[in-house]
Design a protein around this ligand. Structure first.
Ligand SMILES: C[S@@+](CC[C@H](N)C(=O)[O-])C[C@H]1O[C@@H](n2cnc3c(N)ncnc32)[C@H](O)[C@@H]1O
Ligand code: SF4
Length: 350
């Protein structure tokens, strides 16, 4: 697949008025796009999906060519970091043709980083190809090193396969960061060991607080473990030193003195990171979410399909960014235990 708009054109277009950088009403430049390339997944993590998920019919999905065109339109407006996610991005058929096509923007310098978040199940197959296409860093989600717990959390996953995937990624020269969701009574006793394991292997480690997104089969209150507690427990075992390290994502980092590695915390419920928000998210159907924690969205599939030129698409992007809210409204409704946001994380890709 060749890119519909070449990166040379992008450099020229960035000089034109209608291709000015995307800046929201609160003067935040939008430089980071997260794209969910599929809502499907080979796992059914208990905090993310119900066991019997109804997935979208294929006709609703953007084709790989349309995803490429959409990403390219954002790159033309100043997006320099692109993260592919899902569902599980590496189960989308033909995904590497999209990666290869987007990697042209790395070659020209229009894009600074192309990365992905994955459950690791397909990395044995794809790690080398990702690296060959300019991907330098990936995030792998892994909540436990205990095979039975792993099966209980992911319902369908196999720990061995993911560990082999991580081996393959490191062997291919990819920089791997491990993300773990902190789950009350499930992995809360294991987080210190996971951290030590990741750091021994030279991988950064980030803990994520459960976010109330989408209806799942279990109670959010049963899963919710504030990261303030996780951090306090880790601080009993390790020396955590504040550092000034930013990846353009929402994590706050500390350095663990005993391991020398970095530890990140993503705490959407107990810490507000909205002031510095530089990102928006697109789903696999071309719906643009301006904020992970709000329901307001804009349809980009309509304008994308309505015309071969990108004018309608760029107008729709402008209108949407003008509505990007100042911050989010995450709440776990304690009386009804319902999410404030009804879509699943697998829809917007986290
Ligand atoms: C939706 S997944 C998509 C990418 C890929 N399938 C994976 O698991 O890495 C992206 C991240 O969101 C996290 N996640 C999913 N549901 C969540 C929730 N309700 N609260 C917090 N994190 C969640 C996952 O653990 C994963 O790290
Ligand atoms: S967290 Fe990732 S691996 Fe787990 S069900 Fe959601 S999309 Fe799939």
């Amino acid at each position: 697949m060749t890119p519909l708009n070449s990166s040379e054109t992008i450099e020229l277009r960035r000089g034109e008025a209608r291709f000015r950088p995307l800046v929201d009403p609160f003067q935040r430049a939008i430089t980071y796009l997260r794209v969910s390339v599929t809502d499907r997944c080979d796992f059914r993590c208990v905090y993310c999906m119900s066991e019997h998920m109804a997935f979208l019919p294929k006709t609703e999905l953007l084709t790989l060519e349309e995803l490429d065109r959409l990403c390219t339109a954002f790159i033309a407006r100043g997006v320099t970091k692109l993260r592919l996610t899902g569902g599980e991005p590496l189960v989308r058929r033909g995904i590497m043709t999209l990666v290869a096509s987007l990697s042209h923007h790395l070659t020209t310098g229009a894009l600074k980083e192309l990365t992905l978040t994955t459950n690791g199940s397909q990395l044995q197959r794809y790690a080398a190809e990702l690296k060959a296409n300019g991907v330098e860093r990936i995030n792998v989600s892994l909540d436990t090193l205990d095979p039975d717990k792993f099966r209980a959390i992911t319902r369908w996953g196999e720990l061995d396969k993911v560990l082999a995937g991580i081996d393959a990624a490191q062997a291919a020269g990819l920089n791997v960061k491990i993300n773990a969701v902190a789950l009350k009574d499930v992995n809360e006793g294991e987080i210190g060991d996971l951290l030590a394991w990741a750091h021994r292997r030279g991988m950064d480690f980030t803990v994520i607080e459960v976010m109330p997104l989408g209806e799942i089969d279990e109670s959010r209150l049963d899963q919710y473990l504030p990261l303030s507690i996780v951090r306090a427990r880790l601080a009993e075992r390790y020396t955590l030193g504040e550092i000034d390290y930013q990846t353009g994502g929402p994590a706050r980092y500390v350095r663990v003195k005993e391991t020398g590695g970095r530890l990140g915390f993503i705490t959407p419920l107990t810490h507000n990171f909205c002031e510095s928000c530089n990102r928006v998210r697109v789903t696999c159907t071309g719906t643009l979410y301006m904020c992970l924690g709000q329901n307001d969205a804009a349809d980009l599939r309509g304008p994308l399909r309505a015309s071969q030129s990108d004018n309608l698409l760029q107008d729709a992007i402008d209108e949407a960014i003008a509505r990007k809210p100042k911050g989010h409204d995450f709440v776990i409704d304690r009386r009804h235990e319902r999410s404030a946001v009804s879509r699943h994380m697998s829809t917007t890709g986290g």
